[in-house]
Design a protein around this ligand. Structure first.
Ligand code: FE2
Length: 384
């Protein structure tokens, strides 16, 4: 049985943030708190958002204490700011770190709970979280339309994962005006994250006919735009297309789920102290090779999204399906991402713990090909 339920209103166009006050009004919010990181403030992006609130004399506050790989303490501080300022809505502004922190703080503002006890899919909370509006400033995480959040438990050194329909955003604004000019390295790493979401949701056994089309559309947009966007992040049309690609993949992964790339990327990000998109980029080709024998025909289905000449160049179905993986490797190289941790001088602390965490992750159980510890050891050895 295929079920698809998606409650987020999506507003998408360069300049669409001018509609923000109107949407807040529609939601009955009179005093939003913007949750973001200091880099977004410094880049002037907070001002690009708040001028629309100032134009309508709407009172607001800004919490810009979110750190990369957001910590539980960031969410607690943001929730305290929301309580102290008597805010009635949270605006998550930024990349995945800020938006995930906004989700966690929306929960903690209205619930006096230990967030660690509410992990995993389908979590629900004693009280409804504060309403949330999301504004992504990177085209990557899809967090603006997903019902999931990842927060680092700094004491126990692992990433906590939450998924609940209660933390869906009410409105997501996809506005290229806040993405243009993003540093190329960030565009590349977040683009690799989007590609991983689109591919993992495409291959996930829980996908449906709807998520398949969303994932396919995202992959098509990525192959048409990512190389050019990384080369020139001032291109507003490419920026909007990448925001749309990220959004499509975010909707697909919310229903279909992810897989082994993300099961490994979370502990590798923590133990290797590297960004999430970079961890995904390193793992993606190896996980695809690992999954390939389960259903080579499914890889073949992607040929037309990636490059229509694949089937002409490779009449053999086997070779064409493997070429799909090669094309994915090529786009990651073309946008300047490394193939191994050693290329960027990173060594992995405690690989055994990485393998234990990935093996025990529910994301391993929903991968098209469940991996043994030995399989995981091999994949990790390939990226060291
Ligand atoms: Fe991701």
């Amino acid at each position: 049985m295929a079920v698809f339920h998606f409650p987020v209103k999506i507003v998408s166009a360069p300049g669409c943030l001018k509609e923000l006050p109107e949407e807040l009004n529609r939601l009955g919010a009179h005093r939003p708190l913007i949750v973001t990181d200091p880099g977004i403030t410094k880049a002037g992006i907070v001002d690009r958002v708040t001028r629309h609130l100032k134009d309508k004399d709407l009172p607001f506050n800004v919490f810009d204490g979110v750190e990369p790989d957001p910590k539980l303490k960031n969410a607690v501080e943001a929730a305290n700011a929301a309580k102290k300022g008597d805010h009635d809505l949270i605006i998550g502004l930024g990349g995945g770190s800020s938006i995930d922190t906004a989700k966690a703080s929306a929960i903690l503002t209205t619930n006096d709970i230990n967030l660690e006890d509410f992990q995993g899919p389908r979590a629900s909370y004693p009280g409804p979280p504060l309403p949330l509006v999301t504004i992504p400033t990177t085209a990557g995480t899809g967090s603006e339309v997903s019902s999931a959040a990842v927060i680092v438990n700094e004491e126990k050194k692992y990433k906590m994962f939450f998924k609940s329909p209660e933390i869906f955003s009410k409105v997501a604004f996809l506005d290229a005006d806040v993405l243009v000019g993003v540093p190329s390295q960030i565009a590349a790493e977040t683009g690799a994250d989007t590609l991983s979401h689109a591919l993992e949701s495409f291959f996930n056994p829980n996908g449906t006919f709807i998520t398949e089309k969303l994932s396919f559309g995202s992959i098509e947009l990525i192959f048409l735009n990512l190389r050019a966007f990384v080369a020139n992040t001032a291109d507003s049309r490419r920026a909007q297309n990448m925001l749309n690609a990220s959004c499509l993949a975010g909707i697909a992964m919310t229903t279909a789920g992810l897989g082994l790339v993300h099961a490994l990327a979370h502990p590798i990000g923590v133990r290797g102290r590297i960004g999430h998109g970079l961890a995904c980029a390193l793992l993606l080709p190896h996980v695809l090779h690992f999954n390939w024998p389960v259903d080579p025909d499914r890889f073949l289905k992607l040929a037309s999204a990636i490059d229509w000449t694949i089937r002409v160049r490779y009449p053999s179905a086997r070779q064409a399906s493997l070429e799909v993986i090669n094309e994915i490797k090529d786009i990651l190289s073309d946008i300047g991402l490394p193939r191994k941790l050693s290329e960027i001088g990173v060594s992995l602390d405690d690989p055994d713990t990485v393998i234990d965490e990935a093996y025990g992750s529910f994301l391993n159980q929903v991968n098209p090909r469940p991996a043994s510890r030995k399989d995981l050891e091999k994949i990790v050895s390939e990226i060291i």
